[in-house]
Design a protein around this ligand. Structure first.
Ligand code: ZN
Length: 462
């Protein structure tokens, strides 16, 4: 595009990389921020857009699971005999859900989830894409059919995409054969390499797509297979689910004599390219070593609460300099402020303290937001992020006229948004300089929602 597409937006408050500024004009050209001026007067024809925040990356999602929200809250089949409902009974329901839903439905559900992410403050999504095969478990005629659908959903909504094709080959530790419920995920290494290549080809048409790889978990991947992943990732990120469940820790100990995070740190070249999703059940030596390696922990507070996973020791880890970001994972509810609130409250409940994620310089909301922003960008393989020259013009605006913000300034604006709970205060979102959310609604919501309704009618059976 020619540089005459330059335009500017004026904000009464803006969270810049070195802190809060007042009366800020952001100028953007070709989707990138080209100038940041603070202490400027608003021009006669400029609108006050309120409080500008940088867009945040959602570092973990299985978009299709959005369609299951609210459908797994009753007693599952596993608990009929008196057993507890837990992650594993939820997973059995999720697998049954995969008996339905072809490419059209997957794309419609994914677009709906991506749209809600933009409305909720996420401007990039790392899609942990493990649904590859047809309902009968065979590859589609085009093996990258569903990858193309994910890319199309990103295009339709405007969200930035970090595509993570998932390698999934086994049911549990030790290379066990996959179960029938896993047939839509299964690939061998050759097919997987082709899928990563297809992902690169398909995302090349996006303005700022990134491709990494995701070995699903130590359950689904053997050590030999895992060893291939860094080369397949190229310069992209590497994500893996790890230590989400205590049963997974027990099974890993039985298999290897090591805990999952301990095993991974000993056997894989974990470094800043890696993102350890959940890492819920870690010992202090494990989380200290994750922090030392500079990897990101991918916390998914709402999903982890919904699935009864447990609580990651985020306060101690962050205090030790550990990096983390936020994922929406099962997408049972999608929203940045809700995720940050859940993260802080889970820590408060387990530590019986207050303001546990705050530090000497920053309030709780500000420290959570800054860390989620930085960790999300790192885990998504993005070098430039934030309200700074050279970064994509991905901007959130809070409506500063809301009663929730009356008399608030600086960090208290974020605290009031996150803890005051006025979600609708997030009024506008720009992606690469284009406004995609206006008054809290995505510009294509009507079309995307109608298509989602049609998809639900065919995948959800009464
Ligand atoms: Zn996940």
């Amino acid at each position: 595009m020619p540089s005459d597409t330059a335009h500017s937006l004026w904000f009464d408050h803006a969270l810049l990389p070195d802190g809060w500024a007042r009366r800020v004009r952001l100028t953007m050209a070709d989707g990138v921020i080209s100038a940041v001026e603070a202490g400027t007067e608003r021009g006669a024809h400029e609108t006050d857009h309120g409080v500008a925040l940088p867009g945040v990356a959602d570092l973990h999602s299985h978009a299709f699971q959005r369609a299951m929200a609210g459908l797994t809250e009753g007693r599952g089949p596993a608990s009929a005999g008196g057993e507890r409902d837990d992650f594993w009974s939820w997973r059995a329901l999720m697998y049954r859900f995969l008996d339905r839903g072809g490419p059209e439905e997957i794309e419609a559900i994914t677009a709906y989830a991506f749209m809600e992410m933009l409305e909720g403050g996420f401007t990039r999504i790392a899609e942990f894409h493990y649904l590859h095969n047809d309902i009968d478990g065979r590859p589609y005629a085009d093996p990258a059919e569903l990858t193309a659908r994910i890319v199309a959903a990103a295009e339709a909504t405007g969200i930035a995409l970090t595509l993570l094709p998932v390698f999934y080959a086994h049911a549990t530790f030790g290379g066990a054969a996959p179960s029938q419920g896993q047939r839509r995920f299964i690939t061998d290494l050759d097919q997987f390499a082709q899928r990563v290549e297809a992902g690169r080809r398909l995302t090349a048409r996006l303005p700022d797509g990134v491709v990494g790889v995701a070995p699903h978990s130590l359950r689904a991947v053997t050590p030999d297979e895992l060893a291939h992943m860094p080369a397949l990732a190229g310069n992209g990120p590497i994500h893996i689910h790890v230590a989400e469940q205590t049963k997974e820790v027990e099974d890993c100990l039985a298999w290897s004599g090591r805990r999952p995070v301990e095993w991974l740190l000993d056997h894989a070249p974990v470094d800043p390219r890696w993102c350890l999703i959940h890492a819920t059940h870690v010992t202090e030596p494990e989380w200290r070593e994750i922090a030392r390696r500079g990897a990101v922990v991918g916390l998914c507070p709402i999903t982890e609460a919904n699935l009864g996973d447990g609580v990651f020791p985020a306060a101690a880890y962050a205090e030790a300099g550990g990096r983390f970001g936020i994922g929406t994972d099962s997408n049972v509810q999608i929203g940045l402020s809700e995720e940050l609130r859940m993260l802080e409250y889970s820590q408060r409940l387990s530590l019986r303290g207050r303001a546990v994620m705050a530090d000497a310089a920053r309030s709780t909301g500000r420290a959570l937001f800054d860390r989620a922003h930085a960790g999300g960008a790192q885990a998504c393989g993005v070098a430039a992020s934030g309200l700074a020259v050279g970064a994509p013009a991905d901007v959130l605006a809070l409506d500063h006229g809301r009663i929730a913000f009356a008399g608030r300034d600086g960090d208290a604006l974020l605290d009031s948004w996150i803890f005051g709970g006025d979600r609708s205060a997030l009024r506008s979102v720009w992606r690469r300089g284009r406004q995609v959310v206006i008054d809290g609604r995505h510009i294509a919501r009507d079309t995307i929602e109608a298509r989602f309704r049609r998809a639900l009618a065919s995948v959800v059976q009464a």
